[in-house]
Design a protein around this ligand. Structure first.
Ligand code: T4K
Length: 380
């Protein structure tokens, strides 16, 4: 086989970073004011700019997406009962429920998008159900209209884990702005990053005010604590990076979209490789490039392909395997039984996320695709 091992590891993602001098310059405000956290000037500037960019009625910055998720539940005053969610997600989504004393109820996913299936959700609603927590997996928006209508009919809160959606638009509106509460992650592995960071989008001034208190230990003022808050604040160091990233994120998204397009051209028609659907009304961000491997048709199973790419220094990831419904603490739940989640079980066995990030050269993309075509024959 003609393909060679890449000299440097090709990871599933890499953050795009500004010049270090630009970062130091951006920190000047914090240095001269000697103000490092607790709603500093950079924090306030970033919060306002992101709210505008994401068309968010209200947006609160957080130290990471997980704490933003925990806080969303507290803001909605949900600390018992059940929330229907997906097993096909990063652990943070489901752990946020557990940490708030809420029992996760797993519903199956849609095979085309890997997002929570609204019909499966509706079948699981009981008097104990408090909310739906859906994930816009890989940035592909959920069926927001269906969740909205289910929630209205049953009096439920709709929350979105929008960790992957920076820059995604559905029918022209930022995907992160849908739902009663919506949470973004700005982790180093996200296309828009503050190193660690996140945001919680809410829909009313009252929710926003409560979130502000909860993010700061529940402190309302020097003499009043309104409840059991947490330390969810973003520091000036993270906000400074976020401000710089805002200047380049559109270029990052454009590069990822071009890479995504090239992958689609080169991988279409390979028997046993299925690409994820992107809706026609969606402007996608290229956050991830997931493929599914049907071992019978492709000739290798997902794990064999993952292993076979490693000697070439290509480091793919199995996002999201194993399913959250397999973790200790959740696997005993009735809704976690594999027979209840046939689509999620299958997708988790077949999924593989290929490298995608703005600085990934096109010839690397092409050699990854050449390998994907050649490996089944080479190994057989
Ligand atoms: N909900 C969803 C749906 C999520 O996907 C996530 C996070 C959350 C909630 C929680 O949001 P946060 O609390 O994290 O804000 C990574 C991230 O740690 C995690 O944030 C992310 N999802 C998840 C999808 O991916 P790992 O365990 O794969 O990370 P790691 O360290 O193995 O990194 C993957 C690759 O990225 C590395 O092989 C190389 C590259 N990388 C990573 C880091 C940290 C870099 O190039 N530079 C870096 O600094 O979980």
């Amino acid at each position: 086989m003609a393909a060679h091992r890449a000299e440097e590891p090709i990871y599933v993602t890499r953050p795009s970073l500004p010049p270090l001098e630009a970062y130091a310059e951006r920190l000047e405000t914090a240095w001269s004011a000697r103000w490092l956290t607790n709603r500093g000037a950079l924090h306030e500037e970033l919060e306002a700019k992101l709210a505008k960019r994401l068309d968010a009625p209200y947006l609160s910055l957080f130290c990471n997406g997980t704490i933003a998720l925990l806080t969303a539940l507290k803001a909605a005053d949900i600390h018992d009962g059940e929330i229907i969610t997906t097993p096909f997600t990063f652990p943070a989504t489901v752990h946020a429920l557990h940490w708030n004393g809420v029992r996760p109820v797993f519903a199956d996913i849609d095979p085309a998008t890997s997002n929570l299936d609204p019909a499966a959700v509706e079948r699981l609603i009981t008097p104990a159900t408090r909310a739906i927590l859906a994930v816009h997996v890989y940035g592909q928006p959920c069926d927001v209209d269906a969740f909205d209508s289910i929630a209205k009919r049953h009096g439920l809160v709709v929350m979105y884990d929008a960790a992957h959606t920076f820059g995604v638009a559905l029918r022209g509106k930022p995907a992160a702005a849908y739902g009663d509460y919506s949470v973004l992650s700005f982790h180093a592995t996200k296309l828009y990053t503050t190193g660690e960071g996140g945001a919680l989008i809410s829909q009313s001034a009252a929710q926003h005010e409560r979130i502000g208190f909860l993010r700061n230990f529940g402190i309302a003022n020097e003499e009043e604590v309104i409840g059991a808050g947490i330390n969810g604040k973003m520091s000036e160091f993270h906000a400074a990076l976020g401000l710089l990233q805002l200047e380049t994120v559109d270029q990052e998204i454009a590069s990822r979209r071009a890479i995504s397009k090239r992958y689609r051209e080169l991988l279409s028609g390979i028997p046993g490789i299925t690409l994820h659907a992107i809706g026609e009304d969606v402007y996608h961000n290229g956050a991830y490039f997931p493929i599914r491997i049907d071992a019978g048709l492709y000739g290798l199973d997902r794990n064999q392909l993952y292993d076979a790419l490693k000697p070439f220094n290509i480091h793919t990831r199995k996002y999201f395997y194993p399913l959250c419904s397999h973790y200790p603490g959740y696997c005993e739940l009735p809704s976690a039984a594999p027979a209840c989640l046939p689509v999620a079980e299958r997708v988790a066995e077949e999924i593989l996320c290929l490298p995608i990030f703005g600085s990934l050269e096109m010839d690397r993309v092409e050699s990854i695709c050449t390998l994907l075509r050649a490996l089944p024959k080479a190994i057989a």
